[in-house]
Write a protein of this length. Structure first.
Length: 256
């Protein structure tokens, strides 16, 4: 088995852990996350462990679309403090911690994945974020999208190439176009009105990609209303794709 890199999305985990901890138990969320990282290191003995954090302030996606994530509430100061505490604690343990101004943790993870695969390493992204489905590579990169702790041991549920197809009906290399079609209300990204996951999966199965759908729009099995919606979406597609696609070219330090 090739050596594996485990890369954590600190932002998504800490946000979930913070909301799951009892009110007033301020240090609990960051301790839960640090314990999870340590448990993964002990169980899987990765070649390298990386933890990625969102940057402060706007990202390049806000420059593309000012409405990106406009409905997200401001981060609670207690949570922000715990994120900083978690980073300091992990760095003391020798864990590589990354952030980059203007980019999100997902972009850092995608860049790290590309570098790991180029080095012949396998890659596991540990994150609840569905955007990372797009980095899955058959037999080489997967997403551990669920983790739980029991008696100090971590148990992870992994989504690989085949699992993505079974669960969503699309290949990971079609995930960007899948998200473009269905949109993402939590990020303020509007897809094609009226197209949900099932219709999006069917269209991508038939035409392969959104550009393929555009080229064959009159042959697609769509109601007149949905066909009109797809035609109107054509002009927005390049911008939506830029919002959805993760960056894999960030100027990170040498990792491997």
């Amino acid at each position: 088995m090739s050596a594996r890199v485990f890369c954590f999305d600190a932002s998504s985990h800490l946000h979930a852990d913070w909301h799951a901890t009892p009110a007033g138990n301020v240090p609990a969320a960051y301790q839960v996350f640090v314990n999870r990282v340590q448990a993964v290191r002990q169980k899987y003995r990765p070649y390298e462990t990386i933890v990625c954090f969102d940057s402060h302030g706007p990202t390049f996606r806000h420059e593309i679309d000012p409405q990106y994530k406009q409905y997200r509430s401001a981060q609670d100061p207690d949570l922000a403090a715990q994120i900083q505490d978690a980073r300091k604690h992990l760095e003391r343990l020798g864990v590589i911690c990354l952030s980059e101004d203007g980019f999100e943790a997902d972009d850092l993870i995608a860049t790290a994945a590309k570098r790991a695969l180029l080095k012949g390493l396998k890659f596991v992204a540990v994150s609840k974020d569905k955007d990372l489905r797009q980095i899955i590579v058959k037999g080489r990169a997967c997403v551990m999208h669920k983790t739980s702790m029991l008696a100090g041991e971590v148990y992870g549920q992994v989504l690989n190439w085949e699992g993505c197809i079974r669960e969503y009906g699309v290949r990971p290399d079609q995930w960007i176009d899948f998200q473009c079609l269905v949109g993402d209300s939590s990020d303020g990204i509007t897809g094609v009105r009226g197209i949900g996951k099932k219709i999006a999966a069917r269209l991508l199965s038939e035409f392969g990609s959104v550009p393929g759908l555009f080229q064959n729009i009159w042959g697609a099995e769509l109601t007149p209303r949905l066909r009109d919606a797809v035609i109107k979406f054509r002009g927005r597609y390049p911008v939506v794709r830029q919002l959805v696609a993760l960056r894999t070219d960030l100027p990170l330090p040498k990792l491997f």
